[in-house]
Design a protein around this ligand. Structure first.
Ligand code: SAM
Ligand code: SF4
Ligand code: F3S
Length: 428
């Protein structure tokens, strides 16, 4: 009988995409997918290192699988960013883990499993190889999906572990990206997000990101195209133009601000000022008035003063982001910022609470602005009590109390806001 695997994923969208790649590689090699870990022979934990909290969760999860692993013939694998960063520690602390793989080592996962079964051994492989997983096209079912266009990062923001755990930035060949997207479109996927740590830096055989967008947007049958994440230092006019000119590219920009203080931005090695960031937002809104703009912010970066934190609050008020992911600063060994002394826990905590409450009001206000307006909604899944959940072009979740088939597109008039979610009525 075929051996079965189960994957538990922590971390960002790139990691979720990596789990699909691992699943496809295993399926290509005759493994089956288990819906429940109880029926799995191989348990894979795909881990994240971005903040201390993410690592603690993954470490706790590994620990909880000690019992699962005791059954004869089972293999436990820890892979991904934390596996890269803490391989030796994991091997020592959790001797029941059989396989440890970094983000560049998934292609050979089936060979490694064979070797472990054959020789009853343990394997650690975390070297960088410039892998882009060309030629592997995960089969997926769903209305929306993600396609990785590059891996790694060269930006070395001073707080960030990603360049250390994912290696140098490298772009995937455009024809390989096109093939994967065509494949997804053939499988009725309607909304595709191009993924990378800084997609604006895409570069392959003289094709830049705007060039990639303009080409991919022409793929027959591709209904919606998005991209994630942009870097304010690299989001140029030709990218904005590509969004404006291609009807199927959604007017949504995820543009991490990180801080509203120029001194902190410099310490973060972000290569833009708050004035430049504001200018960029103004340009996007002039060119594409309906654009949705979302962001990431880090609170309590070392040496951040109360005034500098207030600058972040103030720029967030001025811009009015449609959504924001707000994080407390988490020191990461090897990064530049690790050398700086952290602020007191209580200061970071109270600033984060303040910012989350403040931005929460803005999100509700933005949602209320949608009332009595019409939006094109692509329905994705059923919600509670016979309702259906869908997404606007601007990546906003919308609920209608109607039973609509996932994959259908309807015009929706927003009638009210429940909590933070706009609710409306679809036209037939
Ligand atoms: N490449 C993307 C970018 O540049 O925004 C995403 C990087 S990371 C996966 C997502 C977010 O996590 C970052 O934008 C940043 O706000 C946050 N982050 C990264 N390192 C962090 C740290 N050490 N402490 C707190 N937040 C962090
Ligand atoms: Fe990290 Fe900066 Fe690269 Fe994003 S751009 S992954 S925050 S180093
Ligand atoms: Fe993503 Fe976490 Fe790695 S955010 S890139 S899974 S460190």
């Amino acid at each position: 009988m075929n051996k079965k695997f189960f994957i538990k994923t922590f971390g960002c969208q790139m990691n979720k995409n990596d789990s699909s790649i691992i699943a496809q590689i295993l399926q290509n090699n005759g493994y089956g997918c288990a819906q429940d870990p109880k029926n799995a022979d191989i348990f894979i934990i795909n881990t994240c290192s971005v903040r201390e909290h993410a690592e603690q969760r993954a470490l706790g999860y590994i620990s909880s699988l000690k019992n699962w692993r005791t059954k004869q013939g089972r293999i436990l694998a820890v892979v991904g960013c934390m596996a890269k960063r803490l391989a030796d520690d994991i091997a020592i602390r959790f001797p029941f883990v059989d396989l440890i793989l970094g983000p560049d080592s998934f292609r050979k996962i089936s060979d490694f499993l064979d070797e472990i079964y054959l020789k009853n051994t343990k394997i650690i492989e975390t070297s960088f190889s410039g892998e882009t997983y060309c030629g592997i096209y995960p089969k997926r079912i769903g209305v929306s999906d993600f396609v990785s266009i590059m891996r790694g990062c060269n930006n070395f923001c001073s707080y960030c572990i990603v360049p250390y755990v994912r290696g140098e930035a490298r772009s995937r060949p455009m024809d390989d990206i096109e093939k994967e997207i065509e494949n997804l479109v053939d499988n009725r996927v309607k909304d595709i997000t191009l993924l990378g740590q800084n997609v604006n830096e895409y570069s392959y055989n003289k094709i830049d990101f705007a060039g990639l967008l303009n080409t991919v947007a022409k793929i027959h049958g591709l209904f919606r195209l998005r991209f994630l994440t942009s870097h304010p230092k690299d989001l140029n006019d030709s990218i904005i133009h590509a969004v404006k000119m291609n009807k199927n590219i959604c007017e949504w920009f995820h543009l991490p601000l990180q801080s509203g203080s120029n001194r902190i931005l410099k310490l973060m090695n972000r290569h833009y000022t708050k004035e430049e960031y504001l200018k960029l937002i103004k340009k996007i809104r002039e060119e594409i008035p309906d654009a949705t703009i979302t962001t990431d912010v880090i609170v309590g970066f070392p040496t951040e003063t109360e005034e500098e934190f207030m600058e972040t609050m103030s720029i967030m008020e001025e811009i009015g982001f449609d959504n924001a992911y707000m994080y407390r600063y988490s020191p990461r060994k090897r990064t530049k910022a690790y050398e700086y002394e952290s602020l007191p826990e209580q200061v970071i905590k109270s600033r984060l609470e303040k910012l989350i409450a403040f931005q929460g009001e803005i999100i509700i206000e933005k949602a209320k602005q949608m009332i009595n307006k019409k939006f094109e909604v692509l329905f994705e899944s059923s919600a509670r009590h016979g309702a259906t959940r869908g997404k606007t072009r601007g990546n906003k979740d919308v609920i209608v109390e109607q039973d609509i088939c996932p994959g259908e597109v309807r015009e929706v008039i927003i009638k009210e806001v429940k909590g933070r979610t706009p609710k409306g009525q679809a036209t037939f």
